[in-house]
Design a protein around this ligand. Sequence first.
Ligand code: NAD
Length: 293
Amino acid sequence: MAKIAFIGLGNMGGPMAANLCKAQHHVTAFDLSAAAVAAAVEKGAHQAKSAAEAVKEAEIVVTMLPAGKHVREVYEKDVLPNAKKGVLLIDCSTIDVDSARHVAGLAQKAGHEMIDAPVSGGVGGATAGTLTFMVGGSEVSFAKARPILEKMGKNIVHAGDSGNGQAAKICNNMILGISMIAVSESFMLGKRLGLDAQKLFDVASTASGQCWSLTNYCPVPGPVPTSPANRDYQAGFTAAMMLKDLLLAQQAASAAGATTPLGAEAAQLFSLFVNSGHGAKDFSGIIRMLDGK
Ligand code: NAD
């Protein structure tokens, strides 16, 4: 049983902390939202009054926060000044690569090990303990973190040094954003040409157009009964989250001198979709905008 501080108990962090409690770890939880802390306590966590208090006795600190600025702030103000020497720090938030490397550098200077471990799998995966973790950090830190990550996820990949977990996450999600637009455009064109959506699915899902956005998450109702298209695009993964990740990818591309014209176009289109009031819808709902609805 490890003493774990868990900071950030939102849609993802709440169920992840609950799975650590279920695995008999001693979890001390903090969030700015009292309701989020109360929900974690109900699942077996111990309440802390501040992030600083949460980390004081911890052997492991897990953070699951909205963005890079929150992670920098919490680490600089609360975690690093208060954690015991030699603590293992695991940041599961999806943030920019620069912030991830900056914070890992500060942690190392303070004598701690740190990994960036963003996830995919959404709230369903967080609740079921089946998340995919993409990890950046040293081999030693990865090996230490693995048993903890295994309580929250199934597929755990060491992607390289600090920041590479974030790099893997945004590269993957750039593929996803672009491919969802590609699949949506094809179904929209097919419809205009008088092609039945199921027929297009039957062909493309077994031909060279096959991809996850088509076969697992088809953006039109019918061919994949579990896809959000069958429930009015009620979110599994929101358009706002997709936009966040596409903008992180663009920020990283510009810093790294990479040319990603389709990634840039996807970011623009999702911006339009989100700014027209659809940020809370599933990202596959972008087909409705592309279809002129
Ligand atoms: P969320 O907004 O539901 O939760 C974030 C929590 O952090 C909130 O409860 C908030 O009160 C808390 N918080 C913010 N600043 C804080 C601070 N200074 N101290 C303590 N708590 C603080 O967000 P979420 O959906 O749980 O996402 C968390 C992270 O996971 C994000 O980086 C997101 O991009 C990533 N992510 C989300 C999903 C998803 O489907 N929701 C999937 C993969 C990755």
